[in-house]
Ligand binder design. Structure first.
Ligand code: BTN
Length: 254
């Protein structure tokens, strides 16, 4: 079970998750984090849940979970100075780095925020921003077996336990993701390029041909750049260079 004391024992952060709440069940941890956002003293607050009744994914999708099998949590950043798009990439780097450190091989990042292992999604990130405040929501599949996923999801999803063939400790992994988020937040303050370089080291997009669904239209081209503000930069097959902002895009072929 998730246990705030066990997570705290493994934390070496100054700000992130120094306030930490674990819910048995909630609507969405992002929603709860937003309820605390009017008070700046809640900066760094982390909200965890064992189950979400209305878990949200990107682009209006739902994020489904089986009770007590995932890490489902949100971090509130008040009056944040770092660009939200960079924060999404940064959170992806922190999750990818943590999973790699826990002996998961071939962790990749799929733009902008999917964490992929051996071609299957293991984690996702939903970053929301309002009035200078940010909520970073992270969902990681941990104890699922293939039969825990719906048939149509099973082909495209995986979990830490499936990849490692042994049961992981969610408290330890949660703490390590939080530690890595704070580490990368510190780095991003002075060196945004290091975040981008690290992100690119987990991605195979640059220089490859990809297809993109953007605003319900399909585009194909060569990826010539990734920029947190401008999004994905494609040299289009039918001529021209175009930028695609992250929150309206999803990759259909890479
Ligand atoms: C995606 O890949 O579409 C993003 C999924 C994000 C899911 C997490 S689970 C914790 C937090 N609360 C939510 O409702 N969503 C995020």
């Amino acid at each position: 079970m998730l246990n705030p004391d066990t997570i705290e024992k493994c934390l070496y952060t100054k700000k992130i998750a120094r306030q930490l709440i674990v819910f048995k069940s909630t609507s969405s941890t992002n929603n709860i984090a937003w309820e605390y956002s009017s008070n700046n003293s809640n900066d760094g607050l982390a909200i965890f849940a064992e189950h979400q009744r209305c878990g949200r994914g990107r682009r209006g999708n739902s994020w489904l979970d089986s009770d007590e099998k995932s890490l489902l949590f949100s971090i509130l950043l008040c009056q944040n100075k770092i660009q939200p798009e960079l924060l999404t990439l940064l959170a992806g780097v922190a999750v990818a780095e943590t999973l790699s450190n826990f002996a998961i091989n071939h962790v990749r990042l799929k733009w902008p925020n999917d964490i992929i292992v051996n071609g299957k999604k293991i984690a996702g990130i939903l970053t929301e921003y309002k009035k200078g405040n940010i909520v970073i929501g992270i969902g990681v599949n941990c104890h699922q077996t293939t039969s825990d996923f719906e048939p149509e999801i099973e082909k495209i999803a995986t979990s830490i336990d499936i990849q490692r063939n042994q049961r992981c400790d969610r408290n330890v992994i949660a703490a390590e993701i939080l530690n890595n988020i704070e580490k990368w937040l510190e780095i991003a303050k002075n060196n945004r390029d290091r975040v981008l370089q690290k992100w690119q080291s987990y991605s195979s997009l640059l220089g490859t041909r990809i297809g993109l669904l953007y605003n319900k239209e399909k585009y194909y081209g060569n990826c010539i750049g990734i920029d947190p503000e401008k999004g994905l930069i494609l040299q289009l097959e039918n001529g021209g260079v175009r930028m695609f902002e992250a929150n309206l895009s999803s990759i259909i072929k890479d």
